[in-house]
Design a protein around this ligand. Structure first.
Ligand SMILES: *Cc1c(COP(=O)(O)O)cnc(C)c1O
Length: 410
């Protein structure tokens, strides 16, 4: 999508510079039309009898985003009991929430049982404890198929030393526990990591999961997790959802025929659904020429958007105040008192102090990973929905920094 002067790529021709004016900077903006587009694209790529998309809400849990997800027919994938509670608060039915924690104790699982949500267990010792306490409560099992699917070591979860899932080589242990306690296994799950670029690799993993599924007789669903990549640069490198949809649908349909029941095909996308819907706006405080660099220093930092520093993630940056100016090269940095680099040697329209820079793909894992580091306020969030802008989270104030602190009389 091309930049237009003044206007931008928000739906309803909402002008992001006007939002900056009205709500202040730095600012997160989400466009619901893009979320809807991605949901439709995902659903349309597959053709099976029963399918359910569970939104992996750790990507973005603003309550209004959750409500929209529900309205648009999504279920929820929650990785903490707090996410489960947020989902229930947003109006999701317990049966539409799958709780997929890692390294939690029986206490949190008991809470999930009380709330009545679906539960995914990824650990043999916990499966055993669970069977001992709740033999009647159906559970899903998270398997680790040990296939490396792209991404970097921090987001890849399928490799042999990963802490996630029960190893596919430990199936005899699973069966031993299931038989001893009479557990009902209602689903099988895998989530191999965060970047699927190769349909073949994904189908290979699918085969492993489906072969395993034949050994479980009470299944209602099979959950293929996520890892669907969207393009962060303008290079179009992303999961070929349409190709994957056609091939996996065929595989799944013939599996169901052999299994003798129409199981639900489940996915749990996060990034694919919300990444492109988000923009993060900041103001340039200083343009600083050093002996070897031209820095553009903005009124934000890794406290608001940590992905570049944390994962070496690439976020496209554009100058909204000067969309057609001559191109120059900048290193964009934040104001935090440590190395705090958003992008190195980026070609963009000439920057003047006071300009508004836009970080793209800021919908997933951006606001959610923000902090108060350096005792800065977290930014506001705005939702553009049906052509109108709505404030959905207030910018923090001094009282937010002190909230919860117990001030002693010292
Ligand atoms: C994080 C997570 C997802 C979502 O991953 P994306 O790459 O954002 O789509 C799905 N399932 C589980 C279990 C996760 O932990």
């Amino acid at each position: 999508m091309e930049l237009k002067k003044g206007k931008y790529l928000l739906s309803g021709d909402v002008d992001p510079l006007e939002l900056a004016e009205n709500y202040g900077l730095p600012l997160y903006i989400y466009d619901s039309a893009i979320i809807k587009r991605q949901i439709d694209r995902f659903n349309n790529a597959f053709s099976v009898k029963k399918m359910k998309l569970n939104y992996a809400c750790k990507a973005l849990t603003n309550i209004n985003i959750l409500k929209l997800m529900k309205k648009w027919g999504m279920g929820l994938d929650a990785v903490s009991i707090q996410e489960v509670r947020l989902g229930l608060h947003a109006g999701f039915k317990a049966k539409d929430i799958l709780y997929t924690p890692n390294c939690v104790g029986l206490l949190e699982l008991s809470e999930a049982v009380k709330l009545g949500v679906k539960i995914n267990i990824d650990n043999l010792s916990i499966l055993e404890q669970f069977g001992d306490h709740y033999p009647e409560y159906p559970v899903c099992i998270r398997l680790n198929p040990h296939v490396m699917a792209g991404g970097n070591s921090k987001i890849s979860t399928g490799h042999i030393d990963s802490k996630f899932g029960i190893s596919i080589h430990q199936l005899p242990h699973i069966h031993r526990i299931v038989e001893t306690y009479g557990l009902k296994i209602n689903g099988l799950h895998m989530h191999t990591g965060s970047e699927i670029l190769d349909t073949e690799v994904y189908l290979k993993v699918a085969d492993i999961l489906l072969n395993t599924a034949e050994e479980f007789k009470d299944l209602d669903f099979i959950d293929f997790g996520s890892g669907f990549k969207v393009s962060y640069k303008n290079d179009g490198i992303e999961t070929d959802m349409e190709d994957l949809g056609i091939q996996l649908s065929q595989k799944f349909t013939s599996f169901c025929a052999a299994y003798g029941k129409d199981l639900t095909l489940v996915f749990e996308p996060g990034k694919f659904i919300v990444s492109e819907a988000g923009y993060f706006l900041t103001r340039v405080n200083v343009v600083k020429q050093t002996t070897s660099n031209v820095f553009a220093g903005v009124d934000s930092g890794l406290n608001h958007l940590i992905r570049p520093m944390f994962y070496n993630a690439y976020h496209k940056i554009t100058n909204l105040s000067n969309t057609e100016g001559r191109k120059r090269i900048y290193t964009v940095v934040g104001y935090i008192c440590e190395t705090d680099t958003f992008g190195v040697n980026r070609k963009m329209s000439e920057i003047s102090e006071g300009d508004v820079l836009c970080f793209h793909n800021a919908g997933a894992y951006c606001y959610m990973m923000s902090s108060n580091y350096n005792s800065r306020f977290r930014p506001a969030e705005v939702l553009v929905h049906d052509g109108k802008a709505h404030l959905i989270r207030k910018r923090e104030k001094m009282k937010d920094l002190l909230r919860g602190q117990v001030e002693l009389n010292l």
